[in-house]
Design a protein around this ligand. Structure first.
Ligand code: NAD
Ligand code: UFG
Length: 337
């Protein structure tokens, strides 16, 4: 299948393109590089053994640019990663987040339908469950109030996509609700490249390991969890990438609207992650406890049975693999790309 990949130069997009090539698909990438660089796609090309990945530096809010891309490269499906994703920043810049993530998606959808490309996979997030009514979380769990404008944009785009699919059954739309993506390609050639101080746990740990930060601050040790620190469902980015390839099979069998959790089904605490990192790399991670981070909840992890049953997808990598590959990427690329 020929696939338009928006946001394909980013962390999850770049890993997904590798897996799409391995599965025999073709891609064309649109990214405005606001949180990524061309270098990631050069590395992807090397990993998959092609001269270059077809790429347009363009914004999804730019209707004529998208029209041009789809005229030159007719696509059967779109995997839509493009979006702003910093939870804290979204609280201080809500307009920018709604405009980029929601308006951008509306423009993209309009151009896609004009080009009769009505198959879409959307990068959603477990954040749409809010403080979940049940853990492990199934797709039947009702959505909750998101703690941030970022989360709201994911939830709103989901609603838009559901309404569009209901109105026009020609659309096949898969909403993938990611849990906590970490890790990097085992080659160490591509990985997560956060700007400034990392917000997320794993990149913070790898920056402590490489000596960029003195120690990890653990946000809260009084949660209702076995060791008092927050519990999450960490998923290796390569497994997540393969989840997108699997989701294309749902599109191929004309799924209409389908929603899948992509997680391992296993919750780990912050201290579990620190210990796993130390075990798999041999590097000690000094830490101290800090107050709880506003908006955090104690524990959430997925029930990934639906994706296993319907997509024949299950995560293969464990926590130590995630730590090893995150470190391998950081070590080989201390300054990112
Ligand atoms: P990322 O920032 O590495 O990738 C997003 C890409 O989109 C970047 O390359 C950025 O330059 C591009 N982009 C942003 N706005 C754009 C626009 N208007 N036009 C064109 N390109 C634009 O982030 P990621 O971690 O790879 O996340 C990919 C998607 O998955 C995002 O939609 C994110 O919200 C979602 N998601 C991520 C996580 C996570 O923890 N990483 C969890 C759940 C969902
Ligand atoms: N944590 C620390 N110290 C840090 C960073 C994080 O203790 O320096 C803790 C958090 O309090 C939490 C856990 O580590 O208990 C994981 O935090 P992350 O920031 O790595 O991840 P979140 O679960 O907060 O959120 C991530 C993404 C969201 C996405 C969500 C669900 O950042 O975009 O997963 O997919 F919505």
């Amino acid at each position: 299948m020929k696939i338009l990949v928006t946001g394909g130069a980013g962390f999850i997009g770049s890993h997904t393109i590798v897996e799409l090539y391995h599965a025999g698909h073709d891609v064309v990438v649109v990214d405005n590089l606001c949180n990524s660089s061309r270098e990631s796609l050069k590395r992807v090309a090397e990993l998959v053994g092609v001269a270059e990945i077809p790429f347009f530096e363009a914004d999804i809010r730019d209707r004529s640019a998208l029209d041009h891309v789809l005229t030159e490269h007719p696509c059967e499906a779109c995997i839509h990663f493009a979006g702003l994703k910093a939870v804290g920043e979204s609280v201080t810049k809500p307009w920018e987040y709604y405009e980029n993530n929601v308006s951008g998606t509306l423009v993209l959808l309009d151009v896609l339908r004009q080009h009769h490309c009505c198959n879409l996979i959307f990068s959603s997030s477990a954040t749409v469950y809010g403080d979940p009514a049940e853990v492990p979380i199934t797709e039947a769990c009702p959505k909750g109030r998101c703690a941030s404008p970022y989360g709201q944009t994911k939830s709103m785009v989901e609603e838009i996509l559901m309404d569009m699919q209901k109105a026009d059954p020609l659309w096949n739309i898969v909403l993938l609700r990611y849990f906590n993506p970490v890790g990097a390609h085992p080659s160490g050639q591509i990985g997560e490249n956060p700007n400034g101080i990392p917000n997320n746990l794993m990149p913070y740990i790898t920056q402590v390991a490489i000596g960029k930060r003195p120690q990890l601050g653990i946000f809260g040790n009084d949660y209702d969890t076995p060791d008092g620190t927050g519990v999450r469902d960490y998923i290796h980015v390569v497994d997540l990438a393969r989840g997108h390839v699997a989701a294309l099979t749902a599109i191929e069998r004309k799924c209409g609207l389908a929603i899948y959790n992509l997680g391992t089904g296993q919750g780990y605490s912050v201290l579990d992650v620190v210990k796993a990192f130390e075990k798999s790399t041999g590097i000690p991670i000094p830490y101290h406890f800090e107050p709880r981070r506003p908006g955090d909840i104690d524990s959430y992890f997925s029930n990934p049975a639906k994706a296993a049953r319907e997509l024949h997808w299950t995560a293969q990598y464990g926590l130590e693999d995630m730590c090893r590959d995150s470190w391998n990427w950081q070590k080989q690329n201390p300054e990112g790309f």
